[in-house]
Design a protein around this ligand. Structure first.
Ligand code: NAI
Length: 247
């Protein structure tokens, strides 16, 4: 099997696939032979060559509808990339209950809702794989990221729990843990900063590699874990952080 077309004949769904890491992942999966569908609440940035399905991961009915439509359009599903996510800044003193519920609803329950809807399809696949987009925030102890870190800690724990629950069904579950990645999300954060250039330099310096990681570098890691060539890898967290956690 070639590593360049190893997804030929496989069907993939990428949540949050209309921007940043998700879009880069959808493109790479398609370039390597997969039939790809994107689930996003906002399909504005999605190129014409990718099939989009509008759904909000906080709305179970819209998720079920979109996943059923994807199952019909693709004739099944082999790969799920749970990537939709939102950020939050602050210490535990800074976010009220409503903000905690809002972020956990997207980053944690959103992943659960989409996975629940996809499981019947994945159980029927001979090459089933789930990859969750987690974050270095799950393990690094970053300041001003209490809520976001808690949400991604839950994603990492869920990755392990799901890997254990579904290994005997032939479904592998892994996650990627990006450091700061140069996506529209980080672009929005930088443009809102008092000193965008200074802030970007600080983010670059925080990663031993001396720069942000790219959406394509994270997509490559997601595809590595999703690949049928990774058939013995489950319950793993793959860092894509320029050495931030390990060095
Ligand atoms: P982005 O903002 O460029 O893309 C996120 C996509 O998710 C957007 O298309 C958005 O419409 C979609 N989305 C958000 N909430 C949704 C909802 N409720 N329902 C459906 N779709 C929804 O962000 P980026 O940077 O590509 O982030 C993707 C993932 O990577 C997130 O899970 C994020 O936590 C994670 N991540 C990002 C890092 C970074 O530095 N950019 C670092 C570590 C992890």
């Amino acid at each position: 099997m070639s590593t360049h077309q190893e997804f030929t004949g496989l069907r993939a769904l990428v949540t949050g696939g209309a921007s940043g890491i998700g879009l880069a992942t959808a493109r790479l999966l398609a370039a390597r032979g997969a039939a790809v569908a994107v689930l996003d609440r906002d399909l504005t940035g999605l190129p014409d060559e990718l099939a989009g399905h509008t759904a909000d991961v906080t709305d179970d009915a819209s998720v079920v509808r979109a996943v059923e439509a994807v199952g019909v359009a693709l004739g099944g599903l082999d790969i799920l990339v749970n990537n939709a996510g939102i950020g939050a800044a602050g210490t535990v003193a800074d976010n009220d209950d409503a903000e905690w519920h809002r972020v956990l609803d997207v980053n944690v329950l959103g992943l659960v809702r989409v996975t629940r809807a996809c499981l019947p399809y994945l159980r029927a696949s001979a090459h089933a794989a789930i990859v969750n987009t987690c974050s270095i925030a799950a393990t690094a102890g970053l300041p001003q990221r209490a809520l976001y870190s808690a949400s991604k800690g839950a994603v990492q724990a869920l990755t392990l729990a799901m890997a254990a629950d579904h290994v005997r069904e032939g479904i592998r579950v892994n996650c990627v843990n990006p450091g700061t990645a140069d996506t529209p999300w980080v672009g929005r954060l930088l443009s809102a900063a008092a000193d965008p250039d200074g802030e970007r330099a600080a983010l670059n310096a925080r990663q031993p590699l001396g720069r942000l990681v790219s959406a394509e570098e994270v997509a490559y890691a997601i595809c590595t874990l999703a690949s049928p060539l990774a058939s013995a890898t489950t319950g793993a967290a793959l860092a894509v952080d320029g050495g931030m956690q390990g060095l």
